[in-house]
Design a protein. Structure first.
Ligand SMILES: [Cu+2]
Length: 715
């Protein structure tokens, strides 16, 4: 039976049923002074709590939750992973009107599923400030395990406001790598030897910048709102505790590990899976897992969630007594990770050809680490995953559960408890999606277009929909579909797991499929809130019932958001000012330099960005050299060449052509070299020393202004 049919059925019988009751919650969303780092700043909280209070209900109940908005800005609440009617989904403008300041809204919907979920604001990255909480749904027909249950919700925290974080990312793509000390300078490349050198040269040749796993440098990571906490055992004679794990972060992935031995995964994204034993588990943003962990009286065993870029962790100790620590997770070595390694890790090998008859138990080739194809078992769960020489090594485990997975980073081990095959009689619809982005300008998109430029993915009711997704970027993207579960197609055929959020790793691919058994409009987006905010969204619309219009896209993603960048350099002999203000495609810039005397040069330009590598511009130049002035109109294109060399090809109104090249080399975390040269024989080159991300010292030689020492500031 489809989810929607279940919803209607329950709605029909609910008034008569004796088990169903209305579970009511009353919440205030307000600001709260918080101190996670030693500094007091303003966060956002529900009923004064970060994370927000836990909500519990059971199948058959009606959940009624009222939110009073005490903020001076709008807010909204989304029920992540919950099957409900579209007008309760909480995406402002698309599904539910935002809650204006001073007003309230009551959500009311029947509970038709059980498991571990969460709820959060769907506005202005309010998750980052604290508006997220857990949602635990139980099924009265399924006996519990009688275990102590604890919910652990992971998050990332920065004292900066999300607006500030985004403005920083817009100023400089590696803004936070300086803070995180992950600047990928050449001294470190050389230190890592020939493989690192070849990786760097290969990636520059293909115009890929140095990679980093996470965009944002966080101040702390939290579990249930604390860097460290202890959860006492409720009784002395239990040997297991059920942990409901929720990644409620804004943009972080966590590798989680438990000090007391392997964890047994029993559910993913709220739904039961065949139990598997795992030592280290990667949880993408917005995913949930239920795991069983062994406990012992008198021991305080650490559950540790480490941000997967190695920049920090949060711990919760289960039980009281002698401390047992989880191992340190080694920091990933980005220098030894090539783009093609990423691809291997990323590809779940769903190279299915063009057949799609709805029978997903076809044999599928699986690529192992050495790049050879191997035939994966396709009949399902009896055949647990085989050894790979990747970081998912396995060893023989206990309890007849097969092997212990050393590090689970993708979905190949997940096997649904039940068949997840889609209705065989339905037609199939195929949608190709490329995950695209421009790290340099910090714009993220599907198929090269943000939500503002391309809004909808149209589907039909009672279709089986397959998204073939490939990631062309160097970042991980946790994709989330509202209001539906999708199958993440793996080698387990009809037992491929159902999820509501799934990661697509850098250069990797993923195939997801779902039964289009609903109506109207649902958001599909990257759950990294900074990627979402800069464009990586689509509205999945049921053709016959869609209420979507283009004005909504503009409301969901305020398009005309402009970000500025100013770089000022002053030395004893001259100064140089670079200013630009840009949105997704359009940019205005001004460059002025002068020695306050005989020479100056000013260029004002409008540029249109076609994609990552090319833009076109038109503008004017005013120049005075040794007393001789000239003004002219200019136009041309800018294009990024291999080895990440910038090129500008321009003509002026007298028909004169000029080519200018420029580039930069980072020697160490602080020291670098930049140069530019053009066919008019003008040049400038110099060394810079970064005192901080904003301040640097410069030693420059310029063809007009001569040599000098200066200071520059980025803001
Ligand atoms: Cu993303």
């Amino acid at each position: 039976m489809s989810a929607r049919a279940i919803v209607s059925l329950i709605m029909l019988y609910l008034p008569l049923s004796c088990f169903g009751e209305t579970v009511s919650y009353d919440f205030e969303i307000d600001s709260l002074q918080v101190n996670f780092t030693g500094k007091t700043v303003t966060g956002l909280a529900i009923n004064g709590q970060i994370p927000a209070p836990r909500i519990e209900a059971k199948v058959g109940d009606v959940l009624r939750a009222t939110f009073h908005n005490k903020l001076n800005t709008i807010t909204s609440v989304h029920w992540h992973g919950i099957l409900l009617s579209e007008d309760q989904d909480g995406v402002p403008y698309l599904n539910t009107q935002p809650i204006p300041p001073g007003e309230s809204f009551t959500f009311e919907f029947p509970i038709v599923q059980s498991g571990t979920y969460w709820y959060h604001s769907h506005n202005d990255i309010q998750i980052q400030r604290g508006v997220y909480g857990s949602l635990v749904l139980r099924d009265p027909d399924k006996p519990g395990r009688g275990l102590q249950e604890e919910t652990l919700i992971m998050s990332d925290w920065t004292d900066n406001t999300p607006d500030r974080v985004l403005a920083n990312l817009k100023k400089d793509d590696d803004y936070y790598s300086f803070k995180k000390n992950t600047v990928q300078s050449w001294d470190r490349v050389l230190k890592n030897g020939p493989v690192a050198i070849s990786n760097r040269l290969n990636s520059s040749a293909t115009r890929m910048g140095p990679m980093d796993l996470a965009d944002v440098g966080y101040d702390v990571f939290l579990l249930n709102g604390a860097v460290q906490s202890t959860i006492p055992l409720t009784s002395g004679d239990q040997d297991q505790v059920l942990l409901r794990l929720i990644n409620g972060s804004t943009s972080s992935y966590f590798d989680v590990e438990y000090a007391g031995g392997a964890m047994t995964i029993i559910a993913a994204d709220g739904l039961e899976v065949e139990p598997i034993l795992v030592k280290r588990l990667r949880i993408s943003t917005a995913e949930t897992y239920d795991v069983l962990v062994p406990v012992a009286a008198g021991q305080s065993r650490e559950f540790r969630a480490t941000s997967f870029d190695g920049s920090g962790y949060a711990s919760s100790f289960i039980g009281e007594g002698d401390k047992v620590y989880a191992p340190d997770i080694p920091e990933p070595n980005l220098f030894l990770m090539s783009h093609s390694d990423m691809e291997m890790e990323g590809n779940m090998g769903m190279d299915m050809g063009d057949e799609h008859d709805g029978n997903m138990s076809m044999p599928m080739p699986r690529e192992n680490h050495s790049g050879q194809h191997q035939q994966a078992a396709h009949e399902g769960h009896e055949d647990l995953p085989s050894h790979t020489d990747h970081d998912t090594h396995t060893e023989h485990g206990r309890d007849g559960m097969g092997e212990v997975i050393e590090h689970m980073t993708d979905y190949r081990y997940l096997v649904s408890k039940k068949s997840t095959a889609l209705p065989p009689a339905q037609n199939w619809r195929e949608v190709e999606l490329t995950l695209t982005g421009n790290m340099e300008r910090y714009v993220w998109s599907f198929n090269g277009k943000t939500l503002r430029e391309e809004n909808q993915i149209l589907i039909g009711a009672r279709e089986n929909v397959r998204f073939r997704i490939s990631n062309t970027t160097m970042m991980h993207h946790p994709l989330h579909l509202h209001g539906h579960f999708f199958r993440v197609v793996n080698q387990h055929g009809e037992r491929s797991p159902l999820k509501h959020t799934a990661n697509v790793p850098p250069m990797g691919s993923l195939v997801i499929e779902f039964n289009a058994d609903d109506e109207k409009d649902w958001l599909f987006h990257c759950h990294n809130q900074y990627h979402m905010k800069t464009g990586m969204n689509r509205v999945v619309s049921y053709q016959s019932s869609s209420l979507f219009d283009r004005a909504m896209a503009a409301a969901i993603l305020p398009g005309d958001r402009w970000y500025s960048r100013t770089d000022v350099m002053a030395s004893a002999d001259y100064f140089d000012l670079d200013y630009s203000i840009a949105e997704d495609r359009n940019e205005f810039s001004l460059e002025v330099d002068s020695d306050f005397d005989n020479n100056h040069e000013a260029v004002a330009k409008y540029s249109y960005h076609f994609g990552r590598f090319m833009s076109a511009f038109a503008g004017a130049e005013d120049k005075k050299h040794d007393g001789e002035s000239a003004s002219k109109a200019i136009a041309g294109i800018q294009y990024t060449l291999p080895m990440l060399i910038g090129s500008e090809w321009r003509v002026d109104d007298e028909g004169d052509f000029r080519l200018e090249l420029d580039s930069q080399l980072q020697f160490t975390r602080r020291i670098g070299f930049d140069w530019r040269w053009n066919t008019d024989e003008e040049y400038r080159y110099g060394l810079f020393y970064n005192i901080s991300k904003r301040w640097s010292l410069n030693l420059n030689k310029d063809s007009v202004y001569g040599a000098g020492v200066g200071m520059s500031f980025l803001f």
